[in-house]
Design a protein around this ligand. Structure first.
Ligand code: BGC
Length: 652
């Protein structure tokens, strides 16, 4: 708990300090700092009393510590130095002293206030750290500039009074006039609409009533860093001014005029964030609504013979896309390396493109949307002409793809269609609806539902609700089995049939297993057979198999899958899983590599479907490859003879 409080304080200090701007400096060391706190009559807390912060914040408190305290908290401090982009400059071992002070009048009343307009706050905090080395000012300021960039504050837009750096000294100082800032926000219709939509509040009222100022100053002198921040909301600035006086600030950041250019840039960031959140929310809603009720995923209908990988049509190169002619760079953004298939997709594409003479920037995002967005932004910045993206979650990449589009980059959506933006030029995938159909039809055939007597029990496990492919797989499979569920031939004892009830967050084996265990415990007491388990892919099938291995005594049901991951092929050979849909990543990766090179050479891009996949903004010219399914009877021909796997790799 104490650790938590300290970490929160440290990160607040560092981040908030960096959020705004740092005269030449006050040269604050620990002794000077402690004297100021005594002058302000702040209560001194020991590090062990940090959980008393809340009850002391109204009247003010401080703490100060030296190497022992730092050694004790080194891990947390290093983590936050990393977050604050300062770890290049120094680490916790270098730190000689650290001190923190804060006071906030009005704090006790916050809980009772009904809205932001009721809040009356007047406060300030100060932070001091001696990082031991005198020639680090430039590195520290560099870290701070990077952090500022993340909130869209570019140091080149700061005035000399706001930003200065030399070998041993530097500052960033910044003042936000809340009324003016609110006006900039209110002038932005897009933003007010998004905020209204998001928070369902009358944002105009809230903003119009907002009065006050916030100011931050970060100063470095020699080996001392001094961060000071505070201000007042709907209140006098008494505490703030007392702090400025007691600490002897070289320049009060509040005395600087607000930098409107920077405020505009920050607003831009807030706009894209608000849009991102509301789009993400819509997308999630669209995909978690029961299928059938939404019609929103576009192109879920049968693709009717989108056919073989051979018969290609072609469309002209996208006239909107001029490309960054000549860089010869291709970016490949894959969701994660955790699933074998993505690792193979990425490697294959990279090899093929490099063999054609292109430079490839291949990245995996560890299934973290923010990482994927940053990686794509990096690809734009290094001048990639084409970016191939298998999105973790469609709506989160919209903004960055629009940045790409603005730079003339061609975007190819890989495997997963990206919705809600014109910035996607091409889509290359396996026919996702057909994948589901293969799974559903397999169950119909395996249980011989058209001829067999009696009824059969089935359960359903689908994919991640934010991956639009998951809805397509589900729809394809359900179209095949639903008639039998409707007629009573197939029974779902758990009653869980809607997509939102059967979806698996992040496609994770553990999540699928947990749900399967609950289902088995609740609906399949010993003696009740389960005959089929429709699983949308191999990672979810593995979860179901783990649950069955633990809690089920009968024969393995007919379990479907997709990807032909090694473990699942082993399960097929062992009789635990019935089938897996094989989407030969060699075919898909080759096709994507070919399309990328056609774009870069200004050639017509091969596509074989121009009207099935609409991403909510336009029909996306697509190349759809045909999946096949693998069972114990054909895995040797399809997987081993074709050189996809060696037989050795498939042995238990
Ligand atoms: C892919 C599947 C994969 C799943 C989980 C889907 O978008 O099409 O092949 O199993 O994501 O990564």
């Amino acid at each position: 708990m104490k650790k938590k409080v300290l970490s929160v304080l440290l990160v607040l200090v560092m981040l908030a300090g960096v959020l705004t701007g740092c005269s030449k400096t006050s040269g604050m060391n620990k002794d000077k700092f402690v004297k100021a706190c005594e002058k302000l009559k702040l209560t001194e807390l020991e590090i062990d009393e940090m959980d008393e912060i809340e009850e002391n914040v109204e009247d003010g408190f401080y703490f100060a510590g030296d190497e022992d305290l730092i050694a004790d908290k080194s891990k947390i401090i290093d983590t936050y130095l990393k977050i604050a982009k300062l770890s290049k400059a120094f680490d916790s071992d270098d730190i000689v002293s650290i001190a923190f002070a804060a006071k906030c009048a009005g704090y006790d009343d916050i809980k009772e206030s009904e809205g932001p307009e009721d809040v009356e706050l007047d406060g300030a905090f100060a932070f001091q750290m001696d990082f031991g080395q005198k020639d680090k000012a430039e590195d520290v300021m560099d870290g701070i500039a990077k952090l500022l960039k993340q909130v869209n504050i570019k140091t080149k837009k700061l005035t000399p009074k706001e930003y200065y750096v030399s070998k041993n000294e530097g500052y960033i100082r910044f003042h936000i006039d809340l009324e003016k800032f609110a006006r900039i926000i209110l002038d932005d219709d897009d933003l007010t609409d998004s905020l209204k939509d998001l928070y369902d509040v009358d944002i105009e009222d809230t903003m119009e009533d907002l009065k006050g100022d916030i100011a931050v100053s970060v100063e470095i002198k020699g080996s001392n860093i001094f961060i000071f921040a505070g201000g007042a909301v709907n209140s006098e600035k008494k505490v703030y001014k007392d702090f400025v006086k007691a600490f002897g600030l070289a320049t009060d950041p509040m005395s600087l005029p607000m930098n409107e250019e920077v405020a505009d840039d920050m607003t831009e960031l807030i706009v894209s964030y608000a849009k991102y959140i509301s789009k993400a929310r819509d997308a999630k809603k669209r995909l978690t609504d029961p299928i059938g009720g939404t019609g929103g995923t576009g192109g879920t209908g049968s693709t009717g013979g989108t056919g073989s990988t051979g018969g290609t049509g072609s469309t002209g190169g996208n006239p909107d896309n001029k490309g960054i002619q000549g860089s010869g760079k291709v970016g490949i953004s894959m969701p994660t390396k955790d699933l074998m298939r993505w690792a193979q997709d990425g490697d294959r594409m990279k090899k093929e493109l490099e063999a054609m003479g292109y430079t490839v920037d291949l990245r995996y995002a560890g299934n973290q949307v923010t990482v994927q967005v940053q990686q794509i932004q990096d690809m734009i910045e290094i001048g990639c002409e084409v970016i191939v993206v298998a999105a973790i979650e469609s709506s989160s990449v919209i903004q960055v793809l629009e940045n790409a589009k603005a730079q003339g980059v061609t975007v190819i959506a890989y495997d997963r269609l990206i919705y809600g933006t014109e910035a996607v030029d091409y889509y290359v995938s396996f026919d996702n609806y057909m994948v589901g159909q293969l799974q559903g039809k397999y169950i119909v055939e395996a249980l011989d539902l058209d001829n067999a007597n009696g009824s059969f029990n089935i359960e359903i496990t689908a994919g991640d609700p934010t991956d639009n492919n998951a809805a397509l797989f589900y729809q394809g499979a359900m179209d095949a089995i639903k008639p039998y569920i409707d007629s009573g031939k197939l029974k779902v004892l758990s009653g869980q049939k809607d997509f939102k009830d059967v979806a698996t967050d992040s496609w994770k084996t553990d999540n699928a297993q947990a749900r399967a265990e609950n289902i088995l415990a609740a609906y399949y007491p010993s003696g009740t057979n389960i005959d089929a388990w429709l699983c949308s892919n191999d990672s979810t099938a593995c979860g179901v198999i783990n649950a069955l291995d633990k809690y089920y005594k009968g024969n393995y049901p007919v379990i479907t899958g997709q990807d032909c991951d090694i473990l699942s092929v082993k399960h097929i050979i062992a009789g635990k899983q019935a089938m897996s849909v094989f989407k030969d990543t060699r075919t898909l990766a080759s096709q994507a590599a070919k399309m990328a090179s056609q774009v870069m050479n200004g050639q017509k891009v091969d596509v074989n479907d121009t009207d099935t996949y609409n991403n909510g903004k336009k029909d996306i010219s697509s190349y759809l490859c045909s999946p096949v399914f693998v069972t114990v009877d054909n895995y040797k021909t399809i997987l081993v003879d074709s050189g996809y796997y060696t037989q050795d790799a498939l042995d238990y």
